[in-house]
Each structure stands twice: as C-alpha cells, then as structure tokens.
Design a protein around this ligand. Structure first.
Ligand code: PEP
Ligand code: MG
Length: 551
C-alpha cells in the first residue's frame, strides 16, 4: 500500500522577500530540470506521446500567470511554500471545474508539478515509493504521472489505484511503460486491500482480486503461462497469418505516412490494407499534384515488393477538414459532405489522385479503395472517373495499369446491407468499423460522453458484420476489416469465426494479432460466433469470448 507523503508546510515568517523569491525561483528551475530528465527517460522507454506529458509539465513551470501569482503572494508576505500551495490549489481547482477530460488531466498535472516544487522547497527530494526485494503490486489512492514514471519495474509488477480513468495521464504512462494497471477502482479500494495481501491484477479485465481462492489462482497461473507462450510466439512475426488448424488469414497494416511502411514490414505486415492518403493533403497550402502523389505511391509500392498495397482515395470532411478547400460549415458534419461525396463534387481532384495511383500500379500490387460509399450510383460514378483517368494517361502516352482491383469501404449500414448490389462493381470490401460502428449505433466516434455505448461487440454491429461477410463471400468477394476493431483481442476470435479474410491493423498490433490467430482453431471460432450471436449484450458476448479464449 502506498500513501503519498505530502511535505508538511509550516508557516514561516519571511525575513526577506528577495530571499524568498530567490528560493522559489531556484526550486522551480530545479523542478524543470528534473522534468526534462524524466521526459528523456520516458522518451527512450515509452516513446514520444508518453514523454510529451512531462514536456507539458515543464510548460506549466513557464506559465507566467502561475509564476507571477506565486511571486505576488510572496511579495504580499507569504513564504514560498504557502504561496505555491495556495496558487497551485487555485489553478488546479479552476481547471478541474471546467468541462472535458483534457482539462481535468491538466489539473492533475498542475498538482503533480506543484508537489515536485514543494518537495524541492522543503528538501524532501523524492517521495518514498514502496521499496521491496520481492515482486509487488502497488495499491494506492492515486499515482501522479511523476510517481508512475518513477516506479521500479524490476519489483513493481503493476499497480491498482482508486482514482483515474482510462484516458488519464497515469493510465497513458502505464501503457507507454508497459506496466499492467487498473485505475478508477473507487475510494473503498484502500480499505479493502490489507498491506501484504496476495492479489491478482488483471489489467485486461480491469480487476484486482484480493486473496484469490485456489481455483482462481490456478486459472490465472494457466493464463500467465499461455500468455508467456503467446509472447514468445509474437517474436515469430514474419510467419504468415494462419490459425492453428491451417486456415489462412492475411494480417496487414494501416498506415498514414511513408515512414511507417518499414516499421510495418519489420513487425510482420503481409501488405498494407489501408493507406490513408490524407497525409499528402494536410499541413500545406494547396493540393499535391499528380507527380508528387505518384512518387509517394510508387515508393510505397517498391518498399512492399510483391505484397499488396490498398490505397484509399482522399477521405476528408466530417472530422477531417482540409483548410485550403472550403467545404462549408454544416450542422451535422458526420452525416454531411465528406469522403466520396467530396471526391465526386471535385472530379478533377479525384482524377488526379487516380492517375497517380494507376501510374504507380504499373509495377506494384496496388489496389484502390473508396471511402464511405452508400449507393451503386456512387460506385458507378467513381468507376467512370477511374476509366477517364486511364484514358487521359493513355492519351498522354504514359504507362498505367491496364486493370486494378477496386474495393469499397463498408462504413455505413446502407453499404453493409446492400453488399450483393455493390458486389456487381467491386473486387473486394473493407469494413471500416470506426465509422460503421458510429453510424450503426448513432454514436459520434469522438464523443467521450457516449463511450459507454461504443462497443464493437454490440450485437447490432456483429449481426451487420456477419451478414456483410456472408453476403460478400456468396458473391465471391474477399473481405478485410481496417477499423480499430481488427486489433481488439476480444473481437479477433469472432471476426475469425465469421470468416474475415484480412485483418488490417496498426503496425504495432500486428505481432499480437498474428499470435492470437495462431493460437485459435477456425472451427472452434465458428462455434463461438454461433453462441455469441445468441447473447443479448456486448458484455455477455465479451464474457463468453474471455471464457473461451485466452487473449
Ligand atoms: C474506419 O472508418 O474504420 C476507417 C478505417 O477509416 P477512418 O478511421 O480513417 O475513418
Ligand atoms: Mg472511416
């Protein structure tokens, strides 16, 4: 059990305002240096996103509003400690009272920074995090980002805290550092776990089991052995995706820039199932021309060798604006002018991209895919653009692919329900579940308040996906899935059992998705799907998957 020792501050009478100001400035500067070091350590172990938390903390110590307020209090007669505590409390309370989880996180960062400076002022440099010779799980009311970064990974196996949510900085750090953690267990936690108790921490299920009985203990020991085996398997990243009983699955990557292709290949990608081309169009003042796009697509095709590359045409609008193309303001952007709707309204923009793709496809296995298709008419229209693009290239005497596989992203229920119609004009489908879930459940994918409804295992989502895959197979078309759901380890067994042909995931997820697939038997997963689809809720389906499969 860890209880944070807050340095005791006793009001002192200051003899000299100047001396007190100098003490405060020295402590603030030292705190910044410490944070710079912590940022460096976080960067080397956990990467840029995690390290950014400590960069932001340094900026708090550069904020003149806070620094001036503390100094004003010192000039008004308070000592440095009291002035600091007062202003940190005021700023943190103000941020905590504002709407939005981002600002609440800022409040906890402000407190963390305040505590660091206070320790330096009082001379207590480091807090006494638990020290132990044998492995432990830390249980605490809360851990600040600084405390989390300071945990000794050689003895701390994980932590459970009463406070925090999955998007809190502490949780982000735990993920970045690879520390198993359960957060937000509620204030009763500290009363329920005696010091030295035997506990099981199940980060995946969000559980802390105190004094487990023999059966539970056995279950978890078995799970630990299987997961260790799986981890060893994950090192076999370059083996093709295949189930235990020999059912072949493609595991490919989602990428959104050129550099990621090398990382994807190193992690075992069997190709690219989704190239988000928006990166070519963002952070600039005008549209990229055909040659510029061609060079990028060709470079990616070359890097992939004989592996497939699925290029998605520009998908802007909705939550992805393009500053130099005025798409207008809409009351309901997700249901508005976006994706293929924009492409068809600006055919020259689309045809420029298609010409670049057709040129690059001459010596690479490149396929083209259109986002957010709803009707066959749209599909006919983009196909016409594709033919016009080819004719234009030929007229110019330029080499271009004579044929190219065409796919659509199934991102709206209308497309999922009309696969047999769309199948007349496509070669493959890719389920874009980030959007498909949003439109099926009527839940804005970026609205945190509705997070409780957002679940890829909702029966409605699973019915729709199952129907789409069955219909596509009946029409002789293959189906991939490129939304985040493809790397959700509770969803993978179900998608496998439904017959999904290709999992397209973030490169870092490839080893664990491949290893999970390798541990499963296709026929067992078909049975699992049948049982899952009888259940009434996402929670029941998740529980069934976890009972059946160790993931
Ligand atoms: C999707 O919607 O699932 C998808 C892969 O596209 P994006 O996340 O780019 O909208
Ligand atoms: Mg999408």
């Amino acid at each position: 059990m860890y209880r944070r020792a807050t340095p005791r501050t006793q009001a002192r009478t200051c003899t000299s305002v100047e001396a007190e100001l100098a003490r405060f400035r020295r402590a603030a500067a030292q705190a910044k240096e410490q944070l710079y070091e912590v940022q460096g350590r976080a960067l080397s172990v956990a990467g840029e996103d995690t390290a950014a938390i400590f960069q932001a903390q340094q900026m708090i110590l550069e904020d003149p509003t806070l620094l001036d307020a503390v100094e004003d209090q010192i000039r008004a007669g308070l000592d440095a400690e009291a002035a600091l505590v007062q202003e940190i409390d005021r700023l943190a309370a103000m941020l905590a009272g504002l709407d939005g989880s981002y600002l609440r996180e800022r409040a906890s960062d402000v407190r963390d920074v305040g505590l660091r400076v206070l320790r330096l002022l009082t001379g207590i440099e480091e807090d006494s995090l638990p020290v132990s010779d044998s492995p432990i799980i830390v249980v605490a009311q809360d851990l600040s980002p600084s405390e989390t970064a300071q945990l000794d990974r050689s003895v701390v196996l994980g932590f459970a805290i009463a406070k925090g949510g999955i998007t809190s900085h502490t949780a982000i750090l735990a993920r970045g550092f690879g520390i198993p953690a359960v957060v937000g267990l509620g204030d009763s936690l500290l009363n329920e776990v005696p010091d030295g108790a035997c506990v099981i921490l199940d980060g995946g299920a969000g559980l802390l089991i105190v004094d487990p009985d023999a059966v539970t203990l056995d279950h978890y020991l078995h799970k630990i052995r299987l997961l260790a085996q799986r981890e060893a398997d994950a090192s076999e990243v370059q083996t093709p995706g295949m189930t235990r009983d020999g059912h072949r699955i493609q595991v490919v990557a989602n990428i959104g820039d050129v550099a990621s292709v090398e990382q994807a290949l190193a992690l075992g990608a069997e190709g690219v199932g989704l190239l988000r081309t928006e990166f070519l169009f963002l952070d600039r003042k005008d549209l990229p021309d055909e040659d510029e796009q061609y060079l990028v697509y060709r470079a990616l095709g070359t890097a992939l060798g004989s592996r497939p590359l699925v290029i998605r045409t520009l998908d802007i609008g909705g939550d992805k604006p393009l500053p130099y193309l005025d798409l207008g303001q809409e009351a309901n952007p997700s249901l508005g002018f976006r994706a293929i709707r924009v492409s068809l309204a600006y055919p020259e923009l689309l045809k420029t991209q298609l010409r670049a793709i057709l040129r690059a496809a001459v010596d690479a296995d490149i396929k083209v895919m259109f986002p957010m298709v709803v009707t066959l008419d749209e599909l006919q229209a983009v196909r016409e653009c594709l033919e016009e693009a080819r004719t234009e290239l030929k007229r110019r005497g330029m080499a271009c692919a004579e044929s190219i596989e065409v796919g659509v992203m199934v991102e709206v229920p209308a497309a999922a329900l009309t696969i047999p119609i769309l199948a007349r004009r496509v070669d493959f489908f890719s389920l874009g579940t980030n959007d498909l879930i949003q439109y099926t459940l009527a839940v804005d994918r970026n609205n945190e308040r509705l997070g409780y409804l957002w679940d890829p295992l909702q029966p409605a989502v699973l019915y729709l996906i199952k129907k789409a895959i069955d219909d596509a197979h009946r029409e002789g078309k293959w189906v991939g899935l490129c939304g985040e759901m493809a790397s959700d380890l509770d969803a993978v067994p179900l998608l496998l059992g439904m017959g999904l042909d290709e999992f397209s995931v973030n490169p870092v997820a490839i080893p664990k998705v491949k290893a999970l697939i390798r541990s499963l038997a296709f026929h067992d997963m078909q049975d699992l799907v049948e049982r899952a689809l009888q259940l009434p809720t996402a929670a029941a389906i998740r529980a069934l998957v976890r009972e059946t499969v160790v993931n």
